[in-house]
Ligand binder design. Structure first.
Ligand SMILES: Cc1cc2nc3c(=O)[nH]c(=O)nc-3n(C[C@H](O)[C@H](O)[C@H](O)COP(=O)(O)OP(=O)(O)OC[C@H]3O[C@@H](n4cnc5c(N)ncnc54)[C@H](O)[C@@H]3O)c2cc1C
Length: 412
């Protein structure tokens, strides 16, 4: 072997959302060993947290389950959940990656029987529901989790309750001494598929997200509408559990704004069309007002916007609201100026949804970031899905397949 020949043909994929899963199965099915790292307890990423997803408004399991089957059938994919990259050394063909694993306190013997959760008393914030609800300190991340394995929250490790949880497990799968750990891997190429996080709505002080309970974000709306969400799929006001009769959807909440996210996340307009559809399906007499700068529906999805435009209960207001004020009965009041009619408005709603954008997740060891924090598709840096650009699911899948091809090329 010469110095220019790669030493490892193994491909590492960092991030187990739809993009990372796709890159992993594509590379494995082309004959490469793949290591897939995911920092949370389960694969699926943000797609798993959706109620339904366009273009066909499928349940997330439609797209994810088939890929989980591909992973299960593959002998070439090693999945490490609760794992992140701590350091990367070397170069293409010969990277040494230090992987750090957080404790799960539950090993592979877990049969997901749920006996541990039955005896747990402490409740912790549920990250799957963006903190809108709590879960027991021994919990299954969600109903369709892959791997289907419980997690024990660190809050109860080393406590009497932790021992009770451990004793309840009929197969001895709970290890409260689990400290996590770190290990090194030699890989030839790294695909960064670390995805996105919702832009922090609390930064939008004029919209008072942190103060007004009935101002929520678009990702929270997905969980409220989900049958396995905090309200079992019923869209209700967080303040009092009442059914909303009037809903405002505010587009570009922080997006295309030099003070927040300077770019367009491409999917928010369509996500809001989905949210208008969710509300209208549940409440025949509800009114939805969409406040927009301009509606950006890419390619074939224009027909989805037109469908909502035909609904007489859905109204479009060309305006970027200036602020939201507290109103009577917990109703947020959306204030601004309609840029078509010049009318100055102050409209009260039962519920306001902020369409916040997608911000790339930071990751240790990644190189080649652009000014916004997305991974450049240049040189040895390989980004897939929203780690590379704001994309919808189908574009993320295409980008992940391209990333797998590039990684294969680099190690071959
Ligand atoms: C409100 C809203 C609604 C949407 N609805 C739709 C829709 O209906 N249809 C559609 O096509 N698109 C929709 N999208 C876009 C869709 O969510 C993205 O296209 C999709 O999530 C991209 O998948 P991904 O794998 O790139 O990223 P993600 O889904 O974010 O997955 C990334 C994964 O990487 C993991 N990770 C992050 N950092 C690390 C790290 N350092 N180490 C290890 N793992 C890490 C994360 O835990 C996560 O599991 C919507 C977006 C929003 C904001």
């Amino acid at each position: 072997m010469t110095e220019t020949q790669p030493r490892s043909r193994t491909i590492m994929v960092v991030g187990g959302g739809i993009a990372g899963i796709t890159a992993a199965v594509e590379a494995a099915e082309a004959g490469h060993d793949v290591v897939l790292l995911e920092k949370t307890p389960t694969l699926g990423g943000r797609v798993a947290q959706m109620n339904r997803y366009f273009p066909k408004l499928c349940h997330p399991t439609c797209g994810l389950e088939i890929n989980y089957q591909r992973i299960k059938k593959s002998k070439r994919i090693s999945v490490f959940t609760m794992s992140t990259v701590a350091a990367v050394k070397g170069s293409v063909g010969a990277y040494t990656v230090t992987v750090k694993t957080a404790p799960r306190f539950v090993d592979t013997k877990c049969t997901a029987c749920g006996d541990c959760a039955k005896v747990a008393e402490t409740e912790v914030s549920d990250p799957f529901n963006y903190g809108l609800s709590k879960v027991k300190a021994a919990y299954l991340p969600h109903a369709m989790a892959f791997p289907m394995r419980y997690v024990v929250a660190p809050e109860v490790a080393g406590t009497a309750e932790g021992e009770k949880i451990k004793a309840a497990c009929p197969v001895g799968a709970i290890d409260l001494a689990d400290q996590g750990g770190s290990f090194e891997l030699e890989v030839g190429a790294i695909i960064w598929a670390t995805g996105w996080q919702p832009y922090a709505a609390g930064n939008l002080t004029a919209y008072r997200y942190s103060e007004l309970p009935n101002v929520i974000t678009n990702v929270e709306m997905e969980r409220l509408a989900s049958p396995d969400g905090p309200t079992k799929g019923k869209i209700v006001r967080p303040s009092d559990g009442a059914a909303p009769k009037t809903v405002a959807l505010i587009q570009c909440a922080g997006s295309r704004d030099l003070n927040h996210l300077a770019y367009c996340s491409r999917i928010c307009c369509l996500a809001s069309m989905k949210h208008a559809a969710y509300v209208r399906e549940q409440y025949a007499d509800a009114r939805v007002d969409v406040y927009y700068i301009d509606l950006r529906a890419h390619d074939k999805l224009e027909s989805f916007v037109q469908r909502l435009k035909r609904d007489p209960q859905v109204h479009f207001v060309k305006s970027k609201p200036a602020r939201i004020e507290p109103g009577e009965g917990g109703n947020p009041v959306v204030c601004g100026e309609n840029t078509l009619t010049r009318e100055v408005y102050a409209n009260a709603y039962d519920l306001v949804v902020l369409a916040t954008g997608m911000q790339p997740s930071a990751a240790e060891g990644v190189t080649g970031l652009d000014d916004y924090g997305f991974v450049y598709a240049e040189g040895p840096s390989i980004g897939a899905g929203v780690a590379a650009a704001p994309l919808d699911v189908s574009m993320s899948v295409q980008s992940a397949t391209a990333a797998a091809c590039k990684a294969i090329q680099l190690v071959s």
